[in-house]
Design a binder for this molecule. Structure first.
Ligand SMILES: [Zn+2]
Length: 86
């Protein structure tokens, strides 16, 4: 049987081949599986490209209201795509 390791991110047991080598780690493998690593990297990238992507539309409205913005927000096509990705 193939050896497995539990991914810290998704909690699933994955074959060792799903983990990238990591010298800093005790067993020499990364804590998160390659699939989750990609997801994390994508999320990080989106945060950098669009800091608003970390807010849900409701949170965004609240945050803007808190900062004194007034009026209605229109959701643009671009933003909709971001939220679907997120
Ligand atoms: Zn994982």
């Amino acid at each position: 049987m193939e050896e497995t390791k539990k991914c810290k991110y998704c909690g699933q047991d994955k074959p060792l081949s799903d983990f990238a080598p990591d010298k800093r780690s005790k067993d020499g493998l990364a804590h998160t599986c390659n699939c989750c690593k990609r997801k994390q990297a994508l999320a990080e990238q989106q945060k950098k490209e669009n800091p608003l992507a970390q807010y849900s539309p409701v949170e965004l409205m609240k945050e803007l209201a808190r900062r004194g913005y007034d009026g209605t927000l229109t959701v643009t096509e671009r933003r909709t795509v971001y939220y679907q990705l997120y």
